[in-house]
Design a protein around this ligand. Structure first.
Ligand SMILES: [Zn+2]
Length: 68
């Protein structure tokens, strides 16, 4: 994964040192809002990650729109 590589290269901090942007709890995941921009990520905790649901994926939604 790109995010994992970025963390290893020091481009992103370890998510465990971050606070969840939604509730301020300890970060658990780098959460993607948009898979077309793989390094645009927010630190979130487990419950908030689940609450946010799936990330936006414009290429997939475009296909869905075409099929509709
Ligand atoms: Zn949270």
């Amino acid at each position: 994964m790109l995010v994992r590589r970025a963390v290893l290269r020091g481009e992103l901090p370890n998510v465990r040192t971050m606070k969840c942007v939604d509730c301020g709890a300890r970060g658990w995941y780098w959460e993607h809002r948009n898979y077309d921009e793989p390094l645009k990520v927010d630190p979130v905790c487990e419950p908030c990650n689940r609450k946010r649901g799936l990330a936006l994926c414009p290429s997939v939604s475009a296909d869905v729109a075409k099929a509709a």
